[in-house]
Design a protein around this ligand. Structure first.
Ligand SMILES: Nc1ncnc2c1ncn2[C@@H]1O[C@H](COP(=O)(O)OP(=O)(O)O)[C@@H](O)[C@H]1O
Ligand SMILES: [Mg+2]
Length: 278
């Protein structure tokens, strides 16, 4: 049973002549981590908004096809309660800050408050997420005074605290320095171990290769490639489709263009070299 299924989705934004998403079908299994890659403007954020019901409810436009979540057509009649099941961290963290809370602590608790979670339970959850994301130092700061990277971490905290079934992360590390980026990927690993289903849009394919079960490549609103991470990242078509290969796969394919088994992470390359006694 898939957790989420897009069936023949096509979508046109209002007042736009062309389709932004074209006959796109894909399935996301429970507990899976799916990486989505593709060039800028290929439709990744639009697809995320379709998956979480904001298209068409909020953006309007014309949507064809079906979004099935937990074996039911996605119920977009109450986007607030849907956010508890499908968490979404925006590509741009500046638009995610609520603007009505004066501390990071209250900002993270905003969604819980909206869902009328009892105060004590909410406090426990907020404390846990602050610990997990290492936000102790900024817990009392005003969200507006944070750096882009800190805002992005708070946005992620606001999603995780609701403990949704499906977590959609749209370029969650775009504002982050390398060490915070690795911290986010560690958190994703941790969520994966807890059995969460995660969709992560990112250009950082070397990191995606380490955590994703499957990779989807979006090109011009269509699904160009999708499959098991090794399979997709062994295929040069990813580059033709506007994506990138992990550096180590790219290098390996240059040395062995006909290779059947391509390493996608440094660890794998190391093991293969060791076994080959090179
Ligand atoms: N609100 C909107 N109205 C009209 N067109 C939009 C809107 N948002 C995005 N688009 C267009 O849809 C296409 C896909 O955008 P987007 O989904 O943001 O791509 P990506 O996330 O892959 O960079 C782009 O051509 C973009 O200009
Ligand atoms: Mg985007």
């Amino acid at each position: 049973m898939s957790l989420l299924e897009l069936q023949h989705i096509s979508y046109r934004y209002p007042l736009t002549p062309e389709l932004t998403v074209k006959d796109l079908s894909l399935k996301v299994e429970p507990g899976e981590v799916l990486g989505i890659v593709g060039g800028n403007g290929s439709g990744k954020t639009t697809i995320c908004n379709i998956m979480r019901g904001f298209i068409p409810s909020f953006y309007k436009g014309e949507l064809e096809g079906k979004v099935v979540f937990e074996e039911q057509p996605l119920d977009t009649s109450n986007l607030g309660s849907l956010a508890q099941k499908i968490g979404y961290a925006f590509q741009n963290p500046f638009t995610q800050i609520t603007g009505v809370k004066y501390s990071v602590y209250d900002e993270i608790g905003y969604g819980l408050e909206n869902l009328s979670v009892p105060r004590e339970e909410a406090n426990n959850k907020i404390e846990q997420v602050i610990e997990l994301l290492n936000l102790q130092k900024i817990r009392n700061q005003n969200p507006y005074d944070l750096s882009g990277g800190q805002k992005q971490m708070v946005a992620l905290a606001s999603v995780i605290v609701l403990d949704p079934e499906l977590i959609i992360l749209d370029e969650p590390t775009s504002q982050l320095d390398p060490s915070s980026t690795l911290a986010v990927y560690d958190i994703v690993k941790n969520l994966k171990e807890q059995g969460k289903t995660i969709i992560i849009v990112d250009h950082k394919v070397d990191l995606l290769a380490q955590i994703c079960d499957e990779i989807a490549v979006i090109q011009d609103g269509q699904l160009a490639l999708k499959g098991e991470t090794h399979h997709v990242f062994s295929d040069k078509k990813v580059i033709e489709a506007g994506g990138q290969l992990p550096e180590v796969s790219d290098f390996y394919l240059q040395v062995h263009p006909e290779a059947k088994k391509v390493p996608v992470t440094i660890d794998e390359a190391y093991k293969m070299l060791k076994e080959a006694k090179v």
